[in-house]
Design a protein around this ligand. Sequence first.
Ligand code: GAP
Length: 444
Amino acid sequence: MENEKDNLMEKITSLAKRRGFIFQGSEIYGGLAGTYDYGPLGVALRNNIKNSWWKKFVDNREDMYGVDASILMNSNVWKATGHIDNFSDPMVECKKCKKRFRTDQIESLSECVECKGELGEEKKFNMMFATQIGAVEDSSSTVYLRPETAQGMFVNFKNVMDSIHPKLPFGLAQIGKAFRNEITPRDFIFRQREFEQMEIEFFLHPNDWEKYFTYWRAEMLEWMESIGLDMNSVYELEVEGADLAHYSSRTIDFEFEFPFGRKELYGLAYRTDFDLQTHAKNSTVDLSYFDDDTKERLIPHVIEPSFGVDRTVLALLVSAYKEEIKGEEARPYLAFSPSIAPVVCAVSPLLKNKPELRDYAHKVYRMLKDEFGRVMWDDNGNIGKRYRRQDEIGTPWCIVIDFDTLGEENPEHKDTVTIRDRDTGTQERIKKDDIIDYIKEKMN
Ligand code: GAP
């Protein structure tokens, strides 16, 4: 079983590289630990994830507002939130090989797992990346790459209030990069030093927090299901005691059964009024809200649904990876839902070097590209190879233009194409003018 799971990770990692989803960061220079680069299909998959998230949680709602804050923020933000003093992992360093380990991730503190050398004292290791701003390097010019997108929303709370005048409850949403100097980045894109988050800070009256905690829990689950995550692999963990972050009085971690173990996918936290109170105190700016109806002045409380883009990509790859065994051969394919698949459909001429097939196929390709955008032209290799390649990248439909389309072999079939289904491998012949409706119907 363990072997099977290792194997699955290997298959996914190798497919991701081979087919242009995910590459090691700076690969030609030997890589940079904890960083990954997304290739053409990976970018498409990420964009589909982010668009689906934004559509559901921002565009389709009447109480959500987007922000896009800077990655570099005034250091006082991180002083106020406690990140400068406390955003650290416990770490030990091997005196011999100098490798560092998170103490909560190793079994023994007596010897190094790599070289059996002696381990040093446990130290706190701050996970924020520091850099210098401006020309003069001193401590006052130190700034940090944000370790979460959340604070960009708290520090803009007043700006949004003053410009848009929303009424409680309402939310701010942001998608953006976050950076953490993880001591042991690992498990492919699961734990990286640079990653992307999709976060919501939902501001509300403190009396309503339980109602909205339940509401957001359901909303998160609904979205997970809508993008095609394997819901049998999603678990909820009520975070308790010392594991609860200092700002939270209730947190649920949504965990996913990855091949390397059950690990955090997303989090849902009730952050109380911790952040707005802290920023109000430290910035001396009034961050209270005045309710015109009840004449009450209060600091709103916050429910925070927090999602990682990269962990979504990985959980989707794990959920979608399938193999159909045919005799001695395995046909691997990614059973992405059509709304999330990097390519909706691929269009091919049966033979590459027949101009009449190519011209017709290219017209069909343009028609579908104008409609769906994510459409691929594929005339490389024979049809079998093209199907195999499209299966591996999770393209739901392959459309082939053949001699029947031209009406050369069977006049009844003039202006029809074959459309092949990725999951079943079956083909249908449909009219060229019906392709768009056919796909739209299946997508819905
Ligand atoms: N604002 C709250 C917050 O940042 P978190 O649990 O530390 O909470 C939220 O992070 C989400 O960000 C995680 O559930 C995960 O999806 C993603 N995430 C966190 N650290 C990550 C890392 N090193 N690599 C990839 N994704 C990460």
